[in-house]
Write a protein that binds this ligand. Structure first.
Ligand code: HAM
Length: 425
């Protein structure tokens, strides 16, 4: 016997049916709130020009510098596997002239993302995100609506312990002043900076703010805060966002150290955290990216969005003991006994499926006891049994799996009977 040679690639995983349906349950909560709020689904390719991602991010962003899956295709083009959804959606917005549609354009997606990071629980090299993007509206109410949408989905999933952190990181006008003040401050305290943060300081100083390093965190307490550097317009915008959230009684933590790992953000940034212990507790995050459309070649167009990691939401659901409400599966098991019944069972399964009734069964295998045991295991509420006598009389036995009660009905009525019992109209 040959030894198994292949396994999933490090950091990637298979989703088997049970987990997959939990996955769909979680994703559906987000999809439903997005559809209700008027978002349309978009799907962009997994592969894009590598330049899309390097252009949309600045210098020193891990997502591009360290985590991007690059590949060269057979005609020497440099492509990349999608590490995040926003850049591709903005590319599509421009490519399809969505700027001429009524604004804002509201899009949502649920897609696989690829990041070459060190795998651990809650961090994978292929993961799935649900995301929304609202392109073409600068109003603070839209930031608040995007935040509300995410919060509503967490609530629907009964994840009570999810908390929201929010900050404003200003715009091209005011951020440079803050950046300079931060660099000066960090340079004064460079001795206390962890090694990795000294590197960040030279490449992307704002990233030092969300450092997890203990020694760095000590000096961050007294670091300059962006909120004190916001220009008037950014200040007003942020006050507007908070006012809308306050109006709805949303609780949030103002976190002056929140900057997020991607470089296209302006003004509002926010992140949702779960209760689960560990560093991978960010369930989702987003913010405004008013400069990205222009960076990618469009006319200046404000935008805001959010994305959540579905695996992390599942881990959070596991920890909180959330399971989907149990639903009785509407499916019938067809069991047959003996040679003459074989063809009748085979035909019946197909006519049930033709008639929109979910049906399974083993046509030419196993004894009746084994078949019923299997039906039991599958959790089906009903079984149809066809034996020699039934074939002769053109009938079938309908068995209630919970009580074991059986009744005989004409074979030709089975599909209609099951449609009625399962409420299929
Ligand atoms: P992000 O924070 O990089 O934002 O990713 C969004 C979420 O995806 C994270 O909060 C986390 O739950 C999940 N996630 C990220 N990386 C991994 C990973 N390696 N394994 C498992 N889950 C992960 C963005 O990607 C932005 N595009 C969000 C956005 C949309 N901003 C504006 N619009």
């Amino acid at each position: 016997v040959a030894k198994q040679q292949f396994q999933t690639v490090r950091g990637m995983y298979d989703l088997l049916p049970d987990r997959r349906s939990l996955f769909d349950y979680a994703a559906a909560a987000f999809i439903n709130v997005a559809v209700d709020a008027g978002y349309g689904r978009i799907e962009t390719p997994v592969l894009e020009d590598e330049g899309l991602y390097s252009r949309s991010q600045g210098q020193g962003v891990d997502l591009v510098d360290k985590e991007l899956y690059r590949l060269i295709d057979l005609s020497d083009k440099t492509l990349a596997l999608r590490p995040e959804g926003t850049a591709g959606v903005v590319r599509a917005y421009l490519e399809h002239g969505m700027g001429s549609l009524p604004q804002p354009v509201k899009l949502y997606y649920q897609e696989a993302m690829f990041r070459y990071d060190r795998p651990q629980e809650g961090r994978y090299r292929q993961h799935q995100q649900f995301g929304v993007e609202v392109i073409g509206d600068a109003s603070p109410s839209v930031d608040a609506q995007v935040i509300m949408l995410a919060g509503r989905a967490f609530k629907r999933l009964r994840l009570q312990g999810v908390t929201l952190q929010i900050n404003s990181i200003g715009d091209a006008l005011c951020r440079p002043k803050f950046r300079k003040a931060l660099i000066d401050y960090l340079n004064e305290n460079v001795k206390q900076l962890a090694e990795i943060d000294r590197e960040r300081l030279s490449k992307n100083p704002l990233r030092v703010l969300d450092s997890k390093e203990a020694s760095t965190q000590v000096i961050l307490g007294d670091a300059p805060q962006m909120l004190n550097f916001l220009c008037e317009k950014c200040q007003q915008h942020f006050a507007g966002v908070l006012e809308y959230l306050d109006d709805l009684g949303v609780s949030y933590d103002l976190n002056p150290l929140l900057v997020r790992g991607l470089d296209y953000y302006t003004r509002t940034v926010f992140e949702f955290y779960g209760e689960r212990e560990g560093s991978q507790s960010s369930l989702g995050g987003g913010g405004r990216y008013d400069g990205l459309v222009e960076t990618l070649g469009g006319v200046p167009t404000p935008a805001v969005g959010f994305a959540a990691g579905i695996e992390r939401i599942l881990l959070e659901m596991d920890a909180a003991g959330v399971v989907p409400p149990e639903q009785q599966i509407k499916r019938v098991y067809v069991a047959s006994l003996g040679e003459p019944a074989r063809l009748a069972a085979f035909r019946l399964i197909e006519s049930l499926l033709d008639g929109n009734v979910s049906a399974v069964g083993a046509v030419d295998r196993d004894g009746i006891g084994a078949q019923l045991a299997r039906a039991e295991k599958l959790g089906v509420p009903l079984a149809v049994i066809i034996g020699q006598k039934e074939v002769r009389e053109e009938t079938a036995l309908l068995r209630d799996m919970a009580t074991g009660a059986q009744e005989t009905i004409p074979l030709k009525d089975v599909v209609a009977e099951l449609r009625m019992r399962f409420g299929i109209s």
